[in-house]
Design a protein around this ligand. Sequence first.
Ligand code: ADP
Length: 186
Amino acid sequence: MGRKLLLLGPPGAGKGTQAGHIAKLLGIPHISTGDMLRQAVAEETELGMQAKAIMEAGDLVPDDLVTALVIERLAQPDAACGYLLDGYPRNAAQADTLTNTYGDDVIDTAIAVDVESEELVRRILQRAKEQGRTDDTEDVVRNRLNVYQADTEPLIGYYRDRERLAEVDGVGSVDEVFGRIVEALR
Ligand code: ADP
């Protein structure tokens, strides 16, 4: 039986990179709602058009839209034996929906990657500068962090209460952090 994992962490924690490495190591699909939503925006689907401005402001897309996307994705055959969820659930309502729909075993381990917030702002603004991404203004970055702290961070307690939490220090090189995650998953 494959692992059913959730990667939790603030924007700028390097979640996407780590998720790719973990999924490859374990041979499970990496299911990223951020990637799926960005694809919908790029393809100008109805969902994409609803999500675009919300994402640009750093706010959360309505739960029912993202939940529908995830339920459809989890029904694909490649997700039958395990997956790594990245970006979903992102608030308590989404976590309850997931648990109520599939049961507690929908996540065997939630990996929380921990980085303090001033370091995150620094990293994200640096990346925006390097990539010429003018959309990542300081205001939007701070809003994303505030949304994370208000809505997503409480999920750490949610999975801790269910004894399904692994906490990992997210400061260090990509390889160092990956090593800690692999260790935590044993
Ligand atoms: P980051 O890794 O920078 O935090 P993501 O790539 O995971 O961002 O997501 C980008 C954006 O997509 C979020 O800021 C949010 O607007 C939207 N989004 C992604 N997942 C969800 C979700 N589960 N619920 C609501 N909105 C979401």
